[in-house]
Design a protein around this ligand. Structure first.
Ligand SMILES: Nc1ncnc2c1ncn2[C@@H]1O[C@H](COP(=O)(O)OP(=O)(O)O)[C@@H](O)[C@H]1O
Ligand SMILES: CC(=O)N[C@@H](CCC(=O)OP(=O)(O)O)C(=O)O
Length: 259
């Protein structure tokens, strides 16, 4: 029987709220067995960029990343956010190690070029070196990944954190019974975005099509849902979307995605 692995992705709004972030990290520290944390930080990168006079432009949920924006991304994701999270996890008794995709050559990527849009230094994942992740887990360490990959030729690339989480989950599913959790500030996928009590408990591909047509799902939820189905189609056992409470025992008010 395969060992269990939990992969938790946390997003920008949650990271920005110190109380929420602490609550999540506290619950993460209680997850038993193998676990991996993946974080974004897009909101912070936009804020720091603006303070430096660098404007952000998003297309299809992804940041157009010129050389200056890439430097901001490296500083914010690989430095500020990653190291703060690792230090907090250490305080909670989780021996974690902060990583970008370049470290231990774990995530190789190529420059994204879709529909003629030049995203600049944005990477799409080519290969996840699961052996290195396995070795880190085996050493009793908890990897904390930021939203950076590399092209193997010395170039770091900015990569959507939801995609990093799903690609790691897909890669690790050869060896592990993997659950992927997308954890953000809302209780789950909502029927009515303005009503926190409208969580849709289960979404399968058919229901997803309907929700898309009704425009219930939009903005940042679009790439998230795409990554959920991609993970499930590629041997990831389970995918859930919700807020930090989904890691509380007995809590059920979140969204589970099925094929
Ligand atoms: N039906 C929906 N239910 C919940 N959130 C939704 C929905 N449709 C769009 N969203 C938006 O998606 C956002 C989450 O995506 P994103 O901003 O990329 O978050 P994160 O940084 O946590 O990955 C929410 O903050 C919300 O504004
Ligand atoms: C290419 C691309 O768009 N990268 C993202 C990486 C950070 C991220 O994904 O952050 P959240 O999870 O907080 O949204 C960005 O720069 O915004």
């Amino acid at each position: 029987m395969k060992q269990k692995l939990s992969i938790v992705k946390i997003g920008g709004n949650l990271i920005e709220d110190p109380k929420e972030l602490y609550y999540l990290l506290h619950l993460f520290s209680k997850i038993r067995g193998n676990k991996i944390l993946v974080h974004g930080g897009g909101k912070k990168a936009t804020e720091i960029g603006e303070a430096l006079g660098i404007k952000s432009k998003m297309v299809d949920g992804r940041r157009i990343t010129d050389a200056q924006s890439l430097d901001v991304a490296i500083m914010v994701y690989g430095g500020l956010v990653n190291k703060k999270i690792v230090a907090q996890l250490q305080a909670l008794g989780v021996n974690s190690v902060g990583l970008s995709g370049a470290d231990a050559n774990i995530i190789k990527a190529y420059k994204r070029l879709v529909n003629e849009v030049d995203f600049g230094f944005v990477g799409d994942v080519e290969k996840v070196n699961t052996y290195s992740i396995f070795k880190i887990l085996q050493a009793g360490l908890t990897p904390v990944f930021c939203a950076l990959t590399h092209d193997g030729k010395g170039q770091l690339l900015n990569t959507n954190a939801d995609t990093i989480a799903s690609e790691i989950a897909i890669g690790m599913s050869n060896q592990f019974d993997t659950t992927l959790y997308y954890c953000f500030e809302k209780k789950g996928v909502l029927k009515d975005i303005s009503n926190e009590n409208s969580v849709i408990p289960f979404i399968n591909s058919k229901k997803y099509e309907r929700l898309l047509a009704l425009k219930v799902i939009n903005e940042g939820m679009l790439p998230k849902m795409h990554n959920c189905f991609n993970a499930l189609r590629n041997q990831v056992s389970k995918v859930c979307i919700g807020d930090s409470s989904m890691f509380e025992e007995g809590y059920t008010n979140f969204t589970t995605i099925t094929l």
